[in-house]
Each structure stands twice: as C-alpha cells, then as structure tokens.
Design a protein around this ligand. Structure first.
Ligand code: GLA
Length: 382
C-alpha cells in the first residue's frame, strides 16, 4: 500500500486526514541461523517488503488500532493490565510498554497498518511490525532512543508479550537495514559492518513452502534452553565461556557426558555455524560465491540433522536445489516451515524455479511461493 492509500484508509476510519506514515521491513539472512542468542554472528539484510502504519495522536491515553489485512479493530490502554487479546495487537501494546519501561512517555494514538511481508514465512513480519511502531513513536514523541535500543524494544516485546525468546537479528535488520547491503552483526559486541551485496551472475530467491508447523515458538525456546545449558556446563571448566560463541568443539566434547545427547547436537550445530559465518564473511570479501553457497548447504544440513528445525517440505526443496545444481540453498530463519533461501546462477534461475514448483506440487499438492530477494532500507518515515 502506498502512503497515500494508507492515509485514505486512516481518514475513512478515524476522520483525520493528516496522520504520519512509517514503514519497516522484514529481513532475509544469508547465514548465521540460531546464532544470535548464542552471542555469535548473523548476516541479515532488510528486504523490500515490510509493514506500513499511519499514526495520529488522539489526545487520550488509549490506543485504537485497525489491522487492514485482517479487517479487525481493537482498543486498549497503556497499563500492564491492558494487554489486548488479539495476537497482532500484542506487538503494538508490547512496544508501547517497553518504551514506558525505559522511561519514555507514550501518548494515546489512532493507527491503521498493513504489510506485504508474508506471515509465517520466516521473513520476520513481526519484527517489521515492532520496528515500525518503535521507530515511529520514538520519532513522533522525540524520545531520543538510539537505534540499538529501538531494536531491543522489539526483541523485549517478543520476550515479554509474545512469548518467543528470540535473539536480536530480526529487529536489528529491520531498524538498521540499508539498500543493497547485507549486515554482518556480532551479537556479543553489537559491532556491525555493511557488506555491499551484488553477486554478479547470481540471483537470490526465496521459495516459501507455505507450511507453518505448530508449536514453533515453544520449540524455538527449547533450542535456546539447550544452548544455554551447554554453555553454562562448559563455563564450569572454562569460565571465559559466556555464550556458545566462545566455546570450541574440544570444550564441548569435554562435557559431552554431562549433557544430554540433544543438548550436545544443538551446541555442535551452533559452534559449527559460528565457524561457517566467519568463512562466509571471508568468501564474500573475495567475491567467492561458490564457497558461500557450499556453506549454505552445510548450514541446511546442520539445521536439519543437528538442530532439527527443518521439516520434510524444506528438506525436499533443499534436495531439489542440490539436484538442480543450485549454488547454495538452506532453510532460512527460525525454521519449522517457511522458506528456503537460494543462491542461483542466472542461467539456472528459470529452470530451477520451474522444476521446484512442479516437483513440489506433485508431492505436496501446491506450489511453493517465489520471492526474488531485493535488499532494501530499514525503518523510516515516509
Ligand atoms: C527467528 C528469531 C531470530 C533468530 C532466527 C534464527 O527469526 O527471531 O532472533 O534466532 O529465528 O536465526
């Protein structure tokens, strides 16, 4: 929806024709999955799809919100006990509460919002929504919150109001994104660097299984617990280890008999993935996309067999990519459904997409959705 279109919806809904309009994107991630809550590296980029919201202060201490895509409205106050029952409204409420907890004053507002980040596809529609409101309220109320803290406000919203103990990657990418650039973020030091991403001769494309498995958030939280348990067990012998990012395979092997087989597999994946992200950064600097692609396949294998966050449909698409000679392919995001991200040579692109659609349909009865990746800008006012 364009700025003008959303202003018209706002006008019809609330009778005010001069709301402010803000947008924030979803994200892709080249490599470094489930590493962000382990103090390790991630390699995301903002995409050209996101959420857009029109906002106008209403002179009360209440929020009126309308979700255009769901055609649902709600109204809530700003105190902890005012938690709305609608899942989507919890994100807006959570952002307001997290700002208030940090000492900011939030005033009541009317808002309408919509978006084109596919839900449940692993492209972080929820982070896009959080970042839109965090960025907008900070800007409109002159709160002076820095960009890191804006990202943390979104992350805390997930932790405290949605129940997902996520890392910082999605909100960071949504706030800090820059057109044409991926961002390598060290989630321990929060140091980051922009990498121009223009792989000549290749295309990056997402294939969405349109499958979302139940219990993804409790399974996500369970993965995090496994990692934290493995790290704290290692730390008993090696106090310098705060996160799994600080641990080596030797250290993990020392404590193998003290942790469950499951925790061992999860930690092994994270330690290996940390190494892969380092290798991919080096490869990107050399423009060596063959190595990038190979690491993507290795990540898929680890996510499927050690971390166990893939699913049949994603593994199937990964196999199709490999058989088709695609340079790199893997499950993207938290997993349990959603997309694969694929790095494909230009000349293979058309036949790969055709092949993936046909084979997937023959097996699962529907085609995967196809999204060409365009790296866009982060949160902004329109
Ligand atoms: C979700 C979380 C992120 C990250 C990814 C997996 O998108 O929100 O913090 O952990 O999963 O890399």
């Amino acid at each position: 929806m364009t700025k003008q279109e959303i202003i018209e919806v706002f006008q019809k809904k609330y009778g005010v024709d001069n709301p402010e309009v803000y947008t924030s994107p979803g994200r892709i991630n080249l490599i470094g999955e489930h590493t962000d809550y382990n103090g390790s590296f991630v390699f995301p980029g903002a995409i050209d799809k996101g959420m857009i919201a029109a906002i106008h202060f209403n002179g009360t201490d209440r929020i009126k919100a309308y979700a255009i895509d769901l055609d649902e409205s709600t109204e809530f106050g700003l105190n902890e006990e005012d938690l709305p029952k609608e899942g989507w409204a919890k994100y807006i409420f959570g952002v307001c509460r997290e700002i208030i907890k940090r000492g900011g004053t939030v005033k009541g507002f009317d808002t309408v919002f919509t978006g084109d980040v596919p839900l449940g596809a692993g492209m972080s529609s929820s982070a896009a929504l959080e970042s839109t409101f965090a960025f907008a309220l900070n800007d409109l109320l002159n709160l002076g919150i820095d960009k890191f803290e804006l990202a943390r406000i979104g992350q805390s919203t997930e932790h405290n109001y949605v129940g997902v103990k996520c890392g910082i990657m999605d909100q960071f990418a949504s706030i800090f994104g820059q057109k044409g650039h991926l961002i390598r973020l060290d989630t321990k030091s929060m140091e980051y660097a922009y990498f121009p991403f223009d792989p000549k001769g290749y295309k990056m494309v997402l294939l969405d299984t349109v499958v979302k498995h139940e219990l993804a958030s409790s399974a996500y939280n369970k993965r995090r617990e496994s990692c934290e348990h493995a790290a704290s067990t290692i730390a008993k012998r090696h106090p310098e280890v705060v996160f799994l990012r600080d641990a080596s395979m030797d250290m993990l092997n020392e404590v193998k008999s003290e942790i469950s087989e499951e925790d061992y597999m999860r930690a092994k994946y994270v330690i290996e993935e940390t190494q892969r992200v380092r290798e991919v950064s080096d490869a990107l600097e050399r423009g060596d996309y063959e190595t990038v692609g190979q690491k993507m396949y290795e990540t898929h294998h680890g996510m499927s067999k050690l971390y166990e966050v893939s699913c049949e449909e994603l593994d199937f698409l990964n196999d199709v990519a490999r058989e088709h000679g695609v340079t790199g392919s893997r499950v993207m995001g938290g997993g349990f459904g959603g997309c694969t991200i694929n790095l494909v040579k230009d000349e293979l692109y058309d036949s790969f997409i055709q092949d993936a659609k046909a084979q997937f349909k023959a097996k699962y009865g529907h085609e995967p959705k196809v999204y060409d990746v365009v790296i866009g800008d982060g949160a902004r006012k329109l």
